[in-house]
Design a protein around this ligand. Structure first.
Ligand code: PMV
Length: 306
């Protein structure tokens, strides 16, 4: 009886969501304090799934697991030499559909666990190609930033269709992440921004501004200038707001963060719900902001050191 394990973690986008779809860069951080683990053990009766959402045979899995199903089938076809009899257990602390990369994290942890189980070497290239199977079914045509970041241990500089690059960080600060509790649908948000971009030249300008702000953010992360980073995040939020993906609940949380001492606050991820991020220069201030956000209705908050 064999056992195998695969791990990944959550991610947040610091800046550059949506504009990354149009070829601009984005910066994303791995959040390894919010893990995703997949374990596999040998059983006798086919492939079975054991997750919070579904327990049962892979054959009868519901349609929202189609991406995972196709991914498992693809890996088994590639690596298995005979019938596959395994139970796949998913343990996740990543809330789903909040822009924290839960679906990409599932794919990456799943691919790693299956390759471990079949004792096959896994290249980065193979991992990205395989994760595209799931992400394309779940998200349509994603830029790939989620996959790159949930499989990275370090901050990621990401440009669509390019290998992710490193980011130099020379900052002492805290990032507060707050979950609005509202599910954001990446494909809906990306399509609604695309419609605006097609019709409105100010929306095209907003996308360009986000690209520039992202490049400036990269330079700011190398200096210890938290105040300027906060200003850049606020400016990015104005652009995202113009693009129509900031709903009243996230706007409220952003205002609460700013009133509670945040140096800068914005949406993170595709918007229309999901999470916001806020910046603090010390731990006491980060705690104060996180408490205020929870009192204002955030269903969960996390404090990360930069
Ligand atoms: O999955 P989310 O909510 O983190 O959003 C992904 C970021 C977008 O730029 C909105 C879409 C993409 O594919 O890059």
């Amino acid at each position: 009886k064999k056992e195998a394990i695969g791990k990944s973690h959550a991610k947040i986008i610091l800046i550059g969501e949506h504009s990354v779809v149009y070829g601009h860069p984005a910066i994303a951080f791995p959040i390894d304090s919010i893990p995703m683990t997949v374990t596999i053990s040998t059983i006798t009766n086919g492939i079975r799934i054991n997750s919070e959402f579904y327990k049962g045979s892979l054959k009868e899995a519901p349609v929202n697991l189609l991406g995972i199903k196709r991914l498992i089938e693809a890996v088994c076809k590639k690596l298995a030499t005979g019938p596959v009899n395994i139970q796949i257990n998913f343990t996740s602390e990543i809330p789903s559909e909040r822009g924290m990369g839960s679906s990409a994290a599932v794919s990456i942890a799943l691919i790693k666990s299956l390759y471990n189980y079949f004792e096959a070497p896994l290249t980065k290239q193979e991992m990205f190609e395989l994760s595209t199977i799931e992400e394309t079914i779940t998200h349509g045509n994603p830029s790939g930033i989620d996959t790159a970041t949930v499989s990275s241990e370090a901050p990621v500089w990401f440009i669509h269709k390019q290998a992710p690059g490193p980011i130099k960080m020379n900052l002492d600060g805290y990032l507060i992440i707050a979950d609005s509790g509202i599910r954001g649908q990446t494909d809906v948000a990306v399509n609604s921004v695309r419609q605006m971009v097609n019709q409105d030249q100010n929306a095209r300008a907003a996308i360009g501004n986000l690209g520039q702000l992202t490049t400036e953010t990269k330079a700011t992360l190398e200096k210890n200038d938290l105040n300027h980073l906060g200003t850049l995040l606020n400016h990015a939020q104005q652009q995202l707001d113009y693009l129509g993906i900031n709903i009243p609940r996230t706007e409220h949380l952003i205002q609460v963060a700013n009133r509670s001492g945040s140096l800068g606050s914005k949406l993170t991820g595709s918007g229309l719900g999901g999470c916001i991020i806020a910046l603090a220069d010390n731990h006491a201030s980060a705690l104060k902001i996180a408490n205020a956000l929870e009192n204002a209705g955030a269903v969960n908050t996390w404090i990360e050191t930069l």
